[in-house]
Ligand binder design. Structure first.
Ligand code: 5AD
Ligand code: SF4
Length: 437
């Protein structure tokens, strides 16, 4: 009898950490005979890797489950699995609300997927949202040797001890844990052997990494000794964990790319305090100043929340002023979303219309800055790591040092190559250029 591989369809919501987790879950389930498919209708298992950060993100799970229901009715053998932060936060509630779900697994227990999968094949349900003692990365130590894309994510730290008043992460992902550096180096080496040239180190609070001497700067320094690994990035960071060594590394370590996501959330000291961010706007600006002194061309990005409970017009203007002062290359901005169980959930919400208006104004300013940053690249030379062919034949696309998408006209195979590119044109979301070296 031949073993026909079962098909696994994964949908990933939310952050890059989930992208990494989805990849690892797919690798784990490959051991159970699954291969991934992009076509949901041929799936034997649909796995939804969910996000709980804002209400809308969480609700997507239930609307998607509603859409999947006819598939399960048509094919009762179809298995439905829910992973990620909604799984962690809601656990059994999910199967109460959507009884067709077979498997619920939290972000810290997906190394147990093989046993869980075997269980659901017997018609039972499997639910695991523990914060287990065993470390999933130790259990799933080696990764398969398969060809990989030139840029990869690598989780080095999980969880968060900061407890910002609006945020569910400390509850869904748990306390801060750093992976040991030697494990990370091994994983990075394996990735490089399989085609990776750039890694983005991931963690909810990645710059609080303490898995080796020298923290994240020390880890970057060790990683930069790996031949063939040309570029290192990391995300996402808390301003208070930008230590001297890490700031210095931005000037000293040529493999560390000139790009930093450093969320500030608000420019108002009153709101920063209410958010429990533990720094002022001025302190944030001084950190930015020091980072720019170390690496003058660094591209800075951030996250903002508008309409946090109690935010006045004056507080919001402080945010606008901070944005003008920093001048970001790109930023994400969100309306405050109440998350049950967080301290801020106790406080009265602002009217939606106020939040909408503020968000629009903030996004207009951020867009202006993003466009200016893109246009500022025209005439400059950068390096590009080429990742894939463009939609039009004879075109290749990749990422610049500053993480801009760049397209060039080129024949032949450029995947995984890094070339010097002169930037010729700026569009809204990408740049075009020509290879000069
Ligand atoms: N409401 C709105 N935005 C939020 N974020 C986190 N929690 C909330 C919330 N309750 C945003 C923050 C964070 C990003 C990942 O998501 O800006 O940096
Ligand atoms: Fe959430 Fe704050 Fe931790 Fe970021 S630092 S994950 S916003 S609690």
């Amino acid at each position: 009898m031949t073993n026909v591989p079962k098909k696994l369809f994964i949908k990933t919501y939310g952050c890059q950490m989930n992208v990494y987790d989805s990849e690892r879950m797919a690798e784990t389930l490959a051991g159970q005979g699954y291969e991934t498919t992009q076509d949901q209708s041929e799936a034997d298992m649909v796995l939804l890797n969910t996000c709980h950060i804002r209400e809308k993100a969480a609700e997507k799970l239930y609307s998607d489950l509603g859409r999947i229901k006819p598939l399960k009715v048509a094919n009762p053998d179809l298995k439905i699995a829910v992973a990620g932060c909604v799984a962690q936060a809601e656990g059994e509630e999910i199967v109460k609300r959507a009884p067709m779900v077979d498997l619920v697994v939290g972000p810290q227990s997906y190394h147990r997927l093989p046993e869980m999968e075997a269980r659901i094949q017997t018609g039972k349900r499997a639910l695991d949202t523990d914060f287990p003692e065993d470390d999933k990365f130790e259990v799933m130590k080696s990764r398969p040797k398969v060809a990989r894309a030139p840029a990869a994510f690598l989780t080095i730290q999980e969880g968060c001890d900061k407890f910002c008043a609006f945020c569910v992460v400390p509850y869904t992902r748990g306390a801060e844990v750093s992976r040991p550096a030697d494990r990370i180096i091994d994983e990075a080496r394996g990735l490089v052997e399989n085609g990776v040239r750039e890694v983005t180190l991931l963690g909810q609070n990645v710059n609080a990494y303490h898995g080796c001497e020298g923290g994240l700067a020390g880890l970057c320094s060790q990683l930069s000794q790996i031949d063939g690994l040309e570029r290192i990035r990391y995300t996402t960071s808390h301003p208070n964990d930008m230590d001297d060594a890490l700031i210095a590394a931005h000037g000293d370590n040529p493999k560390l790319m000139p790009y930093l996501h450093l969320p500030v959330q608000s420019g108002s000291d009153r709101i920063l305090k209410a958010m429990n961010r533990k720094h002022t706007a001025e302190e944030y600006l001084r950190i930015i100043e020091r980072i720019r002194a170390a690496r003058p061309d660094i591209l800075l990005t951030s996250d903002f929340i508008v309409g946090f409970p109690g935010e006045t017009d004056a507080d919001f203007e402080d945010t606008m002023a901070l944005v003008r002062e920093v001048n970001y290359g790109m930023a994400y901005s969100f309306k405050y979303s109440v998350r049950p169980g967080t301290p801020a959930a106790e406080k009265p919400e602002l009217p939606l219309a106020v939040m909408d208006e503020r968000l629009q104004r903030l996004q207009a300013l951020l867009k202006e800055q993003q466009v200016a940053a893109q246009e500022g690249m025209v005439g400059k030379t950068t390096t590009v790591l080429f990742e894939k062919r463009g939609r039009t034949p004879g075109q290749w696309g990749g990422k610049s040092e500053h993480l801009h998408a760049v397209h060039v006209e080129a024949e032949g195979e450029l995947r995984g190559e890094i070339h010097k590119v002169e930037i010729l044109n700026a569009m809204t979301n990408s740049l075009t250029g020509r290879i000069i070296g």
